[in-house]
Design a protein around this ligand. Structure first.
Ligand code: UDP
Length: 233
């Protein structure tokens, strides 16, 4: 029987699972950038991103970071808890890149003296604007406790994943997380993949993430495969 499609995004589809409190996330090969203005396909991206998210979320769970992951169903689909999402993107940065380079004038790759956590309001029509904590409170998107919890969880993810990836010769430059509530508890949702992280080779600083697609650097598929090869170990 066909499952009911609940939501279709740029890189994933979400279906209702048999259990009422769970959904199925299906990873597509579609890629978009610049708020949907650039579109394309990356061969087998969905398969790699599905496997990567399952691997990394299990690793985080083992280190007591709560996630929505329940089980991997097949090569493109994960069964996850159904969350009430908080409409924020939480970005953690270890080095300057992308929009932070534009905002500060600092060169990409500059190491930051301390991690930077940023919040973006998830709103396609507005192009996901940068919000500070006052904006979040004033719009009633999250209260003080939730903001503090989001920040603490995002920094814990960074403390766990940065060394894990560095052991695999990958620098975690920055990444984006999304959170939601399940039975009142805040859980890590969505995905962690080269679509949502900047990952650089530790010696050559070669980009092994979606910037290869955004900036037309070539061999996008090879970069995603290389990340999976290193992370699956
Ligand atoms: N990011 C994301 N989704 C977005 C915007 C950013 O996953 O809608 C990720 C991006 O891949 C990078 C980090 O968040 O790892 C910081 O992105 P940045 O603010 O530098 O924006 P960009 O340069 O990607 O526009």
């Amino acid at each position: 029987m066909d499952k009911k499609l609940l939501y279709e995004g740029k890189a994933k589809r979400v279906f209702q699972a048999d259990q009422e409190d769970a959904v199925i996330m299906e990873f597509k090969d579609d890629a978009t950038a610049f708020n949907g203005q650039k579109r394309g396909q990356i061969a087998d991206k969905g398969v790699i991103n599905c496997a990567l998210t399952a691997r990394l979320y299990r690793y985080l769970e083992d280190r007591r970071i709560p996630t929505h992951l329940l089980e991997a169903l097949d090569e493109r689909r994960l069964l996850v808890r159904r969350l009430t999402m908080i409409p924020l993107e939480v970005v953690v940065r270890n080095r300057v890149a992308g929009s932070l380079s534009q905002r500060t004038g600092l060169e990409e790759g500059t190491e930051l003296a301390s991690c930077v956590v940023e919040f973006y309001f998830k709103n396609d029509a507005l192009g996901d604007p940068l919000f500070n904590e006052d904006h979040i409170r004033a719009l009633g998107l999250a209260d003080d406790n939730t903001i503090a919890e989001l920040k603490a969880l995002a920094l814990r993810v960074n403390r766990v994943l940065s060394p894990f990836l560095l052991e695999r010769q990958l620098i975690l430059v920055d990444f984006k997380l999304e959170f939601g509530r399940f039975q009142g508890r805040l859980l890590l949702g969505d995905e962690i993949t080269p679509d949502t992280c900047r990952l650089w080779d530790a010696s050559s600083l070669e980009k092994l993430d979606k910037d290869r697609f955004r900036r037309d650097l070539g061999d996008v598929e090879g970069a995603y495969q290389e990340v999976w090869k290193r992370v699956q170990k």
